[in-house]
Design a binder for this molecule. Structure first.
Ligand SMILES: C[S@@+](CC[C@H](N)C(=O)[O-])C[C@H]1O[C@@H](n2cnc3c(N)ncnc32)[C@H](O)[C@@H]1O
Ligand SMILES: [Zn+2]
Length: 281
């Protein structure tokens, strides 16, 4: 695997690798964990002791995604990414907020299948997520780090993927190359509507407008909606889907009992994908 050169999260100088250690000229030093990821999260910048998704959410997301109900969505992400990088040899790609790595792993395979020799990195603030991700694919440079302060040189990425994760326009624009792209995924109005109807007395529409939120730094290149019905086939899959979100984790009483009694659950996947190009400074 060819790995991207990283930048020190403290002073932004280049990090030089010596075995399983990274060090900048100012002496800031970071180790590779036994599982293979780089630990680049600064203790003083952590808002909590154990930030990001917890172990239950990570395991639930892994168990759920491994059933491949979302594979057509992952394929659509890959098609967009491969197409946007088709003229770039050895593209530098970052998956920010990669979670337990289902999409990152499949993206790496898709890029390799299309002969693009990617330098694919992925980060998440949750060490539980990154530990699980490491097990999926050794060809990816995994790291525990914050998306607000990515350990990447400025203007270095051909593509930044942000799938169902928080949008941070300024940090994103800092690391993307001039002319480079941002690929985002976010839930559409109908996404898992049936489950939300089970959970909430009233399902409200979303005010979330990512294109507007990003408009100072990015302009829209293309947008598409991925939408299809699917049916959860096992109670374990219903549990996993509930446990991978905070809504499900908080669910109790009658509502939980009704979902616990089901063996299958028909659902709608409805996800928006967009590619945005970084505007010139
Ligand atoms: C909804 S999950 C999506 C995970 C993955 N992209 C997927 O679609 O399966 C959001 C992820 O963002 C991570 N996260 C939250 N705040 C973050 C931050 N400031 N920097 C990096 N990752 C963050 C969480 O730990 C979690 O894994
Ligand atoms: Zn440094």
């Amino acid at each position: 695997m060819s790995e991207q050169t990283l930048a020190c999260p403290v002073c932004r100088a280049t990090l030089n690798q010596n075995g399983s250690n990274l060090r900048c000229d100012a002496g800031h030093s970071f180790d590779r964990a036994r599982q293979g990821y780089w630990n680049l999260l600064l203790v003083q910048k952590k808002r909590s002791k154990d930030p990001g998704d917890n172990t239950t959410m990570v395991q639930a997301r892994r168990d759920f995604l491994d059933q491949h109900y979302y594979q057509p969505l992952s394929d659509a992400v890959n098609t967009l990414a491969v197409d946007s990088l088709k003229d770039t040899h050895m593209p530098k790609v970052m998956d920010m907020g990669c979670g337990e790595g289902y999409y990152t792993d499949r993206l790496q395979q898709a890029l390799v299948d299309n002969n693009s020799f990617p330098q694919l990195s992925a980060l998440d603030i949750s060490k539980h997520a990154v530990k699980a991700a490491c097990r999926r694919n050794k060809q990816i440079q995994w790291m525990v780090a914050s998306g607000a302060d990515m350990p990447l040189p400025a203007n270095s990425q051909d593509l930044l993927c942000v799938l169902f994760s928080r949008l941070m326009p300024e940090p994103f624009a800092r690391v993307i190359k001039p002319g480079g792209q941002l690929l985002i995924a976010w839930p559409g109005e109908q996404h898992l509507i049936e489950l939300r109807q089970h959970i909430y007395d009233e399902v409200r529409g979303s005010q979330f407008d990512p294109i507007a939120q990003l408009s100072e730094q990015f302009e829209l290149t293309s947008q598409q909606q991925v939408s299809y019905p699917f049916t959860l086939q096992r109670q374990a899959d219903i549990q996993a889907l509930l446990d991978m979100t905070p809504h499900g984790q908080r669910l109790a009483g009658d509502k939980r009992a009704r979902l616990d009694a089901l063996d299958s659950l028909p659902l709608t996947l409805d996800v928006n994908l967009a590619l945005l190009r970084k505007k010139p400074d």
